[in-house]
Design a protein around this ligand. Structure first.
Ligand code: ADP
Ligand code: NA
Length: 330
């Protein structure tokens, strides 16, 4: 292909994606459809690194795909598929496990965070090696660019290291990928605690904007966002993290520059900013909810999009895996 390749994956989560997922990752998936040969997948194999109910996993996986389409992924312009539909992920994952140092895997901060949350004695080996499966996810598609939020940077570094290690040991096989991180939105913060990132697992319900919340719930959450005791609306992530987070969200959703927003709100109170942002958010989530529901109500169309996606993905993945196995002596 003449276009560089993009690849990313997102876990199926209960309920819905949150605003951090959308601004940090999914928006970039949509943008890269125009410039890249783009592959996006719902990573259901990653979801079972913590306990899952089978019926819920199945429903959440479809819900995730429906939301990605609702957010603007176009099956005519990208390849959208479900990770478990392409068995090569698990196969290359094993190869990558055998190239990864135990100490190297132990240094992954996402594993440390997630296993701490699980309780060290309950964390599975799957949770420990999921960054390595992520390496396989990326390398199978010879991806050049991996759109992700800041929290994934270390995993992309691991991917580059393992690709180089394999290429050195067995001959040039894998493209060395680079993270595609948009600095301004790489870390969206919790609305109640702007010291932590917005996240499904760490945020309280009020601090987390779920994209499928009732619009009036969304508006309420925005209006009760934590700011500071000052009154000036200025972008200053160190001294004014709450206000700066709201400005980032506002600017990204409207396309207005932050400097222009600062001017627009000069001399006005935080309440004005929050009321206007609540309106912007409602305008964004309302059609998103409708479109997601339309895909869920039409399971035939969704199935056919995902079947076509899996077929296209498998063609690429199978070729990479065959070369890899051959180089390794299988
Ligand atoms: P979570 O961290 O809530 O469990 P995931 O790990 O499934 O969400 O993340 C999916 C994508 O969304 C990843 O690319 C991740 O970097 C991005 N992401 C998650 N939370 C945020 C955030 N608060 N700000 C920006 N990007 C985020
Ligand atoms: Na994450």
């Amino acid at each position: 292909p003449l276009r560089p390749r993009a690849l990313s994956g997102i876990q199926p989560t209960a309920g819905s994606f949150h605003l951090g997922n959308y601004l940090g990752a999914i928006r970039q998936y949509v943008a890269l459809q125009e410039t890249h040969d783009a592959f996006y997948m719902v990573v259901d194999l990653h979801a079972i690194t913590v306990p899952q109910d089978p019926a819920e996993l199945r429903a959440n996986t479809r819900l995730a795909a429906a939301q990605l389409l609702a957010a603007g992924l176009d099956p005519e312009r990208c390849t959208l598929f479900i990770q478990s539909h392409v068995p090569e992920h698990a196969q290359l994952g094993w190869v990558m496990n055998c190239l990864t140092g135990f100490g190297e895997a132990s240094r992954m901060t996402q594993f440390k965070d997630k296993s701490a949350k699980q309780g060290a004695d309950r964390a599975t080996v799957g949770l420990f090696t999921y960054p390595v499966l992520q390496v396989a996810d990326i390398l199978l598609y010879q991806a050049d660019a991996v759109p992700v939020g800041e929290d994934q940077r270390q995993h992309i570094e691991l991917t580059r290291d393992l690709a180089e290690r394999f290429n050195t040991r067995f001959g040039d096989t894998f493209t060395i990928p680079a993270p595609h991180i948009v600095k301004e939105v790489a870390k969206i913060y919790d609305l109640q605690d702007p010291a932590i990132k917005m996240s499904k697992s760490a945020s309280t319900p009020k601090g987390l904007i779920n994209l499928l919340d009732e619009p009036k719930t969304t508006a309420k959450k925005v209006k009760s966002a934590v700011t500071d005791t000052d009154t000036v609306i200025r972008f200053d992530p160190v001294d004014k993290p709450g206000v700066s987070n709201l400005l980032t969200i506002y600017s990204t959703l409207t396309g207005k520059a932050i400097a222009d927003l600062e001017k627009e709100y000069e001399g006005r109170m935080y309440g004005a900013l929050k009321t206007d942002l609540a309106e912007v958010m409602v305008e964004f989530v309302t059609p998103f909810r409708t479109r997601t529901q339309e895909y869920l109500d039409d399971p035939g169309t969704l199935d056919s999009i995902l079947a076509k996606g899996a077929e296209k993905a498998r063609a690429v993945a199978a070729e990479t895996l065959a070369t890899t196995f051959d180089r390794m002596g299988f």
